[in-house]
Write a protein that binds this ligand. Structure first.
Ligand code: PMP
Length: 356
């Protein structure tokens, strides 16, 4: 029988495989290290702000997220018109592709990288041009430049790269941007920005001021611990930012999410101190892994990448047995988030036993 058919590209959208929750075993605490979440519970002040917003849930939220825009503009020292707040930065990826790509246009990005990129590109009827990362999980920026064609509308740099971990330097980004055509939008996805510890780290805000085609994607999900509330934002010069706002879902960012994001900006000092602790944990895990002979690429986010190839499933199963859930990418490797100390210790045990 005939039934409605979605556009062919909709049928081609790859599935997003979300991080699994841990398998619960009697007598054993389990840790979810599969979604790059912040292991710390929300701050009481953030919970209070969100709870106050719950009391008016019969009303639509402020569609313009005015107070949140103002708070971000003040914090980042950028004009409000250079911002676009969205339902998680994943929504910004969709919005950008919708705003800038016609069917058949191309989006160049590194691969493997964040799995929402091919989903958003395919959903819009655009074409993904995936440029393999190097053996140590870095963007091959030269190859990405070579992949730009007349049909390219967007290039995306994910730094630090999810799931492989390394970040690009400012010098590398500058050299890259100097050769990206001016009419191509250059995304710098900074979802894990706050975890970067490098002397030559990218200064996204300075970069977007110099480049009318650069857009920064940032999120409250990771360092700020608001993954469950879905708030992200973009910073770009007004011609790009306004296009992102134009295609946003009306009322997409809930009142609760707006309130929690504002409260998180106010509590930034405390939240960033937690990030310091997570970075220290990351460094401890990396040192432990290297001692055991693991050649892990230099992680700059809140996660570690194990390039396991066809041993990926075996490693994920061993981790599961030990009460930690990791994120396997079949045949490629496993990404493991930095979580509670006990979960990180378990990871070290699993990795030790696995390499032996
Ligand atoms: N970009 C990257 C690189 C990510 O890893 C993620 C989350 N996994 C996002 C964007 C999206 O984050 P959110 O939608 O929660 O803001």
């Amino acid at each position: 029988m005939a039934h409605p058919q979605p556009r062919p590209n909709v049928l081609a959208i790859p599935a997003y495989v979300a991080g699994r929750p841990p398998t619960v075993r009697p007598g054993m605490t389990a840790y979810k290290l599969s979604s790059n979440e912040n292991p710390y519970p929300p701050l009481p002040g953030v919970v209070e702000a969100a709870t106050r917003a719950v009391a008016v849930m019969n009303r639509y939220p402020d569609m313009g997220s005015t107070a949140l825009y103002d708070a971000l503009a003040a914090r980042l020292e950028v004009p409000v018109t250079d911002l676009a707040v969205a339902t998680g930065s994943v929504a910004l990826i969709y919005q950008l592709v919708n705003a800038f790509c016609a069917p058949g246009d191309e989006v160049v990005y590194a691969w493997r990288s964040f799995e929402a990129y091919p989903i958003a590109v395919t959903a819009a009827g655009a074409e993904s041009v995936k440029v393999p990362v190097t053996a140590d999980g870095r963007h091959d920026l030269e190859a990405m430049l070579a992949a730009i064609t007349d049909r390219t509308r967007i290039v995306m740099v994910c730094t630090p790269n999810n799931p492989t971990g390394p970040a690009v330097t400012q010098a590398e980004l500058d050299a890259f941007l100097a050769r990206v055509p001016e009419h191509v939008v250059a995304v710098v996805d900074e979802a894990y920005l706050e975890f970067v510890r490098m002397d030559d780290a990218v200064d996204g805000l300075a970069t977007y001021r110099r480049h009318p085609n650069v857009v920064l994607f940032r999120t409250f999900s990771k360092a700020y611990g608001l993954a469950g509330f879905r708030v992200g934002y973009a910073v770009a010069q007004e011609h790009v930012a306004s296009a992102l706002r134009a295609v946003s879902l009306p009322f997409g960012v809930s009142a609760v999410a707006q309130a929690a994001a504002i409260a998180s900006l106010e509590a930034e000092g405390e939240l960033l101190a937690r990030v310091d602790d997570l970075v220290a944990e990351r460094d401890r895990v990396v040192a432990g892994l290297r001692e055991t002979g693991w050649d892990v690429s230099e992680p700059q986010g809140n996660f570690v990448w194990f390039a396991l190839g066809d041993r990926t499933a075996e490693f994920a199963a061993a981790a599961d047995e030990a009460g930690i859930t990791v994120r396997p990418f079949a045949g490629e490797g496993a990404r493991v988030s930095i979580g509670e100390t006990e979960g990180n210790d378990r990871l070290l045990e699993v990795a030790r036993a696995f390499s032996a």
